[in-house]
Write a protein of this length. Structure first.
Length: 273
């Protein structure tokens, strides 16, 4: 169907209609070979509260934005290359049902559909497009997706020190590495993560130590690789027997794994059945 619709007049008109809805605030979406497959409204779990967002599925990108007037005006356009997308189905909560997570290397977030059937259709269409793209380009799926931000209302206390209470004066912050809600004292550090941003980003103290350790390890490995290999000494004979390397695993402080954080309506419609 994608090959059949590519570069057709009806497909061009539909893409132009989406561009007009975003207006000057959006980027051009028309490209040779790009096909608009469907659209729908999903509930996106945002930092403050779940909000409806318009989503457009193309054969190579996923576009979403805020709804000003449905079918007429949208803004805050976001474009996600499908090659960078992986999906994870999530269990229902009391507040949100039919949920799944859209994970990319730069941003991950939770969405929910109006029905189980609608969720299945979205995931099926997304997975088909992703598989087609990865096969075409030879790329591997995203192996290091960004951590989704825990919603503000998921906790009233810092998720690291567990004693600082949030209030009007005590602000919530988010670690860009783990996505936890933390206080200012537990997130005073900044760390450069080029995959997410060209500028150093706020991270919690635990993630900062872990990132520093990883950076130090990478530097040592690079140094060893650039050092010249010493020549073998005369008369040296390797010892017999097996040597085993043993190391203790460092246990990092973690928020309880069984804590349900994600609690994030309105429908899939495809242009073509």
């Amino acid at each position: 169907m994608m090959d059949h619709l590519a570069n057709t007049e009806i497909n061009s008109q539909r893409i132009a209609a989406v561009e007009n809805c975003f207006g000057a605030s959006g980027q051009p979406l028309a490209l040779p070979g790009r096909v608009l497959l469907g659209e729908g409204i999903l509930t996106k779990e945002c930092r403050k509260k779940p909000k409806p967002r318009i989503f457009f599925l193309f054969n190579d990108i996923l576009v979403y934005g805020s709804i000003i007037i449905n079918k007429r005006k949208y803004n805050s356009q976001h474009i996600i290359p499908l090659e960078d997308v992986t999906l994870e189905t999530l269990p229902d909560t009391l507040q949100m049902k039919n949920r799944w997570m859209i994970k990319t290397s730069k941003k991950s977030f939770v969405v929910s559909a109006a029905s189980l059937t609608e969720r299945k259709e979205w995931i099926s269409h997304l997975e088909e497009c992703i598989k087609h793209l990865l096969t075409k380009t030879g790329r591997q799926p995203c192996r290091e997706p960004a951590a989704p931000w825990i919603p503000d209302k998921a906790t009233d206390i810092c998720m690291r020190c567990t004693h600082t209470k949030f209030s009007t004066l005590t602000r919530r912050h988010h670690c860009r590495k783990c996505g936890f809600v933390v206080c200012a004292d537990c997130s005073r550090q900044r760390f450069l993560m080029p995959r997410l941003s060209p500028k150093p980003l706020r991270v919690c103290n635990l993630c900062y130590r872990q990132l520093l350790a990883e950076k130090k390890k990478e530097a040592e490995e690079d140094r060893r690789q650039t050092e010249p290999i010493p020549s073998a000494m005369q008369g040296y004979e390797p010892s017999s027997g097996d040597d085993s390397d043993k190391s203790d695993d460092e246990k990092a402080e973690q928020w309880p794994a069984d804590t349900e954080f994600y609690t994030s309506q309105v429908s899939w419609s495809s242009f073509h059945s």
